[in-house]
Design a protein around this ligand. Structure first.
Ligand SMILES: C[S@@+](CC[C@H](N)C(=O)[O-])C[C@H]1O[C@@H](n2cnc3c(N)ncnc32)[C@H](O)[C@@H]1O
Length: 187
């Protein structure tokens, strides 16, 4: 059942559905590493997770979590912008996730931004396998968040339906700008 009250559960259900032992996946916004850790467990010993973040604090905190749960060797943590995805990733991906916004409990001025986010999304779509999923969770309640969300929505809405199926999860009856999830499946 994908429809639960919690956004993270929805994303984890998407991951459960499309990631298995041996999958190659990418987390474009590692942050505190919760999704990266979840992915590392799902891909198993033979899979691989690429994780990007521009903040050292995010990379270090995630590395600690991965070491603690003995899955660090399955993850390549990259302290760099996700606009350089194709410099680091040279193989096809089963799943890509992005969490747009700022790092919780950290500097709220360091946020994902429309131009770089869209660049990274388009690079990821190129790398995605046929049948692969790109899931974007947009937290947009902060300053600049709505502009980014609108830009992402405009671009993903126009992806050619011959090649991509695009859907959106929007919690319509919840207050305070609940996050929106965009799901893109490559045909
Ligand atoms: C909403 S947080 C991610 C939360 C994360 N999924 C978690 O489980 O904690 C967004 C992250 O994107 C990172 N970020 C912002 N711009 C970036 C960029 N151009 N490239 C890579 N990461 C970026 C921020 O540093 C921040 O950690």
């Amino acid at each position: 059942m994908i429809f639960t009250g919690r956004i993270t559960t929805v994303v984890h259900r998407i991951i459960e559905d499309s990631v298995r032992e041996g999958s190659i996946v990418l987390d474009g916004t590692v942050g505190n590493g919760n999704d990266t850790l979840y992915l590392a467990h799902r891909v198993g010993k033979t899979g691989k997770v690429y994780g990007f973040d521009i903040q050292e604090q995010a990379i270090e905190c995630t590395k600690e979590k991965l070491i603690k749960e003995k899955v660090v060797e399955r993850v390549e943590l990259i302290h760099d912008t996700h606009t350089k995805i194709q410099r680091y990733v040279k193989e096809e991906l089963d799943l890509v996730i992005f969490n747009l916004g700022y790092l919780p409990k950290s500097n709220k001025k360091i946020i994902t931004k429309a131009e770089s986010t869209l660049d990274a999304i388009l690079q990821s779509l190129d790398l995605l396998k046929n049948g692969g999923i790109l899931a974007i969770t947009s937290y947009y309640g902060h300053e600049g968040g709505k502009e980014e969300k609108d830009a992402v929505e405009e671009v993903v809405s126009k992806l050619d339906s011959k090649f991509y199926n695009v859907a959106k999860v929007d919690f319509l009856n919840r207050p305070n700008n609940p996050p929106i999830i965009y799901m893109i499946e490559k045909n």
